[in-house]
Design a protein around this ligand. Sequence first.
Ligand SMILES: CC(C)(COP(=O)(O)OP(=O)(O)OC[C@H]1O[C@@H](n2cnc3c(N)ncnc32)[C@H](O)[C@@H]1OP(=O)(O)O)[C@@H](O)C(=O)NCCC(=O)NCCS
Length: 182
Amino acid sequence: MIGTEAATAPAPASTIAPTKRENRLDGITFRPATEAEWPTVSANFYSMWQDMGLSSMIVEDCATQTLKFLGSDRATELKVCPIVAVADDKVVGSGLCQLFEGYYPLIYKTSEYREGWIWGVYVSPEYRKRGIAEQIVKTCNERLKEIGCTHSLLHAAPGKPGRRVYSRMGYTDYELMELHLE
Ligand SMILES: CC(C)(COP(=O)(O)OP(=O)(O)OC[C@H]1O[C@@H](n2cnc3c(N)ncnc32)[C@H](O)[C@@H]1OP(=O)(O)O)[C@@H](O)C(=O)NCCC(=O)NCCS
């Protein structure tokens, strides 16, 4: 059994190379979307569902409804902010953040607990794996802090690549439970 122990023993700290990543975000800007970019952000939201193989559960006019929502009074109340990643003069990724007002009346002391919600994170296939999604989420979180949020929430479908991005950033599973009512 000595051989097994040797195989599973952790390497001495000095031999573990630190994870070093080349910066692949040069030339990419992260900022709130202009109104002219809202249609792209809305289309990206639908592409996100398609890419995850879940578009059959989404209404076909998803992008139209999203665009309508962005221009609504409700979106203003919730301080919805679409964020875009821009490279080569085009939107190559997007995500949105807003106050979360679900569940029940806002009974938390907001100084203690105020939830922000991030949704619609999508990066064009040819721009993936260079840290754009992570930076979109970070930009959303800066905005959430500015509007008084203490916590950042999002949905991360099991087995989908977004989950690894969020876990690496420090997101953890939360106490929400679900029952499928048949
Ligand atoms: C999920 C999604 C948003 C990720 O976008 P992305 O910009 O590629 O994400 P990131 O670049 O931040 O991270 C992706 C991977 O690239 C790696 N990466 C990031 N920067 C890197 C760099 N400079 N060098 C090497 N690797 C890098 C990350 O470590 C990560 O690796 P992992 O998949 O092994 O965890 C994108 O794949 C997508 O739009 N998918 C379809 C829609 C979707 O699933 N959205 C999420 C809904 S929850």
